[in-house]
Write a protein that binds this ligand. Structure first.
Ligand SMILES: [Zn+2]
Length: 630
């Protein structure tokens, strides 16, 4: 398929109109993002042991070239320019940050004999490279503790790049995390992981070229690194606000903030440094109430409530607030204003969406009506570089009202392909529909153009002219977007229409799989069961999990695999005796059953063929499922 079209007048006008209200006079972020600069890494490419590049510190060097090109929204371009300031930075004496090495940042706090490491990035390789830069400037200091602020992978995945599992197991290094961390860190992978990873490929634009007409950052950070994702389970849980810990002579006071940006998350304060770590509860962007890759919708009301509590706890003394992404905010007045405005932003979206939905407006309507108050809009950190007002309003609607907007016309519509055929026919057939799409293009109405193009492609995905029109319109929408993830999603759609499916760039991490609980393992098997194939099958299997001293009974019946913990195994049921890890190995295919039985890793009482009958009914997820085509 052909290459894209140059920027059109309509996109130019859209960008110019959006630029009118930008607070261009406010250059404070450029000062803050380089404040405390200590040094930059000399080795600019970070690789796996076998040489694959997982992060390139210079991949976005083109952003240094001043003014935004025509193919980018200048507000997003500006955010990208801030995000490329990589290196080691002093936050205050004794607290340092390593920024630009991944989507997230590492904070290093110096204690009496070593350091506390907060949030070790996504990959072991990027975390190791970042920590090496710290060591190069501050000397070899042993890690005395590690903290995960919350349960998202960009805050724990690189742990093994900095510390070893045995150091944690022996008690030498405590790993501190909020209550519920481990459950939530792995739970997402159990249920919808395949689909989320596929969609994350769109959201972060992993397969897109970096460049003025390509991926220019995700707003929260540039993109996600693609190295080895590890997981070391925490050994110390933070269970309540006001809890204190002294780590290597440094006192920390915690605030538990569950159900905010992540289901398990916490802020904490360093009284000696007058420094607040606000995790990802604040950042230099409007964040996601519902991430476009897919997840359970978040609670902006709780989020705002906890930020109010944060201000009440430490607003009277804090001198610097830093987080898990971006650069810090210094000075008490500015720090408290930053916390307050971030709070107000989430609460405004929450409250105003509810006000309007109670007046009968639907999510799609409110998303067009709602604007942030001018005082918030005049702050750079409230702009939608990662989340957006548009999709966050729909998320609030979804949280309270669900997908159905109440109009019975929308209760039972035809699904996309069936609807597409009918729409195209109703428009007078393929040629007339394509002509209507081209009129929308000529008028610069790309939102309508992609609506028509979507129907044309879903009615006939071999129609290359329709595919080109749709790709071109996606591209113009991407060029105009202030939101980095919107830009990447539009450009990813155009890329797949032109070049075919790029699939899922990342695969599940063995460490994450090995952290599954027995219940999570059975749940993950149950959702892979091909229901109709299993309708007539009825079988029981007993599982003696030796390292937990627990016996589980699974029953397949009515196309459902249910499981329960039992006191004793029922008679006459095949029983497998194994460890939790061996069970995970069997499920992931890392362990072959005949071999495991031969080696004694797994033993069986009764007929092992029953397991084969279950396995034959499992259907894998598809990491290459189609998104912009039927
Ligand atoms: Zn994060």
């Amino acid at each position: 398929m052909t290459m894209g079209k140059p920027v059109t007048d309509a996109t130019r006008r859209r960008i110019e109109a959006a630029a009118v209200g930008l607070p261009l006079h406010d250059r404070q972020d450029f000062e803050d993002v380089t404040r405390g600069f200590v040094g930059r890494a000399e080795q600019r490419q970070i690789r796996t042991a076998d040489g694959r590049v997982v992060w390139d510190l210079d991949a976005y060097a083109f952003l240094r070239e001043g003014e935004a090109p025509e193919t980018a929204n200048p507000s997003l371009w500006r955010q990208g320019q801030l995000l490329i300031e990589d290196g080691l930075f002093e936050v205050v004496p004794g607290i340092y940050q390593l920024r630009g090495f991944d989507l997230s940042v590492i904070t290093v706090v110096e204690g009496e004999t070593g350091v506390i490491v907060i949030d070790p990035l996504i990959s072991a390789e990027t975390a190791a490279a970042a920590f090496a830069l710290y060591t190069a400037h501050r000397g070899e200091r042993p890690v005395r503790a590690m903290i995960y602020t919350h349960s998202h992978v960009d805050h724990f995945g690189g742990a093994k790049g900095i510390i070893g599992e045995e150091q944690v197991a022996s008690g030498e290094i405590p790993v501190i995390a909020p209550e519920g961390f481990l459950h939530h860190a792995v739970a997402e992978n159990v249920f919808a992981g395949t689909a989320m990873l596929r969609r994350a490929g769109y959201m972060y634009g992993a397969a897109l070229e970096r460049g003025p007409a390509g991926q220019i950052g995700s707003g929260l950070g540039q993109t996600t690194s693609s190295g080895t994702v590890t997981l070391i389970a925490p050994t110390v849980e933070v269970t309540h606000t006001g809890q204190t810990l002294t780590l290597d002579g440094v006192e920390l006071v915690f605030q538990l903030t569950p159900g905010t940006e992540a289901p398990a998350e916490m802020n904490f304060y360093f009284p000696r440094h007058l420094a607040l770590c606000a995790a990802e509860n604040t950042s230099h962007t409007l964040h996601n109430i519902l991430t476009p890759r897919g997840a359970l919708v978040r609670d902006p009301h709780a989020w705002a409530h906890y930020l109010t509590e944060t201000i009440a706890l430490w607003g009277g003394e804090v001198e610097v607030v830093f987080g898990s992404h971006h650069w810090p905010t210094w000075g008490r007045e500015r720090a408290v204003e930053f916390l307050s405005m971030q709070r107000d932003m989430y609460l405004y979206l929450h409250d105003q969406t509810l006000r309007l939905l109670n007046q009968g407006y639907t999510g799609a309507e409110i998303a067009e009506m709602l604007e942030l108050p001018p005082a918030l809009e005049q702050q750079w950190h409230t702009h939608g570089y990662y989340g957006s007002v548009s999709h966050n309003v729909k998320a609030v609607y979804q949280r309270y009202m669900g997908w159905y907007d109440g109009n019975p016309a929308n209760l039972w519509p035809h699904p996309p392909e069936a609807a597409a055929r009918r729409y195209v026919e109703a428009m007078g057939g393929r040629d007339a529909a394509l002509a209507a799409g081209r009129r929308a293009w000529d008028e610069g109405d790309y939102r309508w153009c992609v609506e028509l193009g979507k129907h044309l492609v879903f009615a006939d995905d071999t129609d290359t002219e329709a595919g080109e029109l749709l790709a071109d319109a996606f591209e113009q929408l991407g060029y105009g977007a202030e939101n980095g993830t919107w830009r990447s999603m539009y450009l990813a759609g155009a890329h797949e229409l032109r070049n075919g499916v790029f699939g899922t760039p990342a695969s599940p991490s063995p460490d994450m799989l090995n952290a599954l609980t027995v219940t999570q393992v059975f749940d993950s098997i149950a959702i892979r069961l091909d229901g109709p194939q299993a309708w007539d099958e009825h079988l029981h299997i007993v599982w003696n999990v030796t390292d937990e001293g627990a016996t589980y009974l699974t029953e397949l019946h009515n196309g459902v695999l249910s499981h329960s913990l039992v006191e004793r195994a029922p008679d006459g049921v095949a029983a497998f005796t194994l460890t939790r890890l061996a069970l995970i190995g069997l499920v992931t295919g890392a362990l072959d059953l005949p071999t495991a039985l031969g080696e004694g890793t797994v033993s069986v009482g009764g007929d092992p063929a029953v397991l084969g009958r279950l396995v034959a009914l499992l259907a894998p997820g598809d990491p290459e499922f189609r998104i912009v085509t039927p």
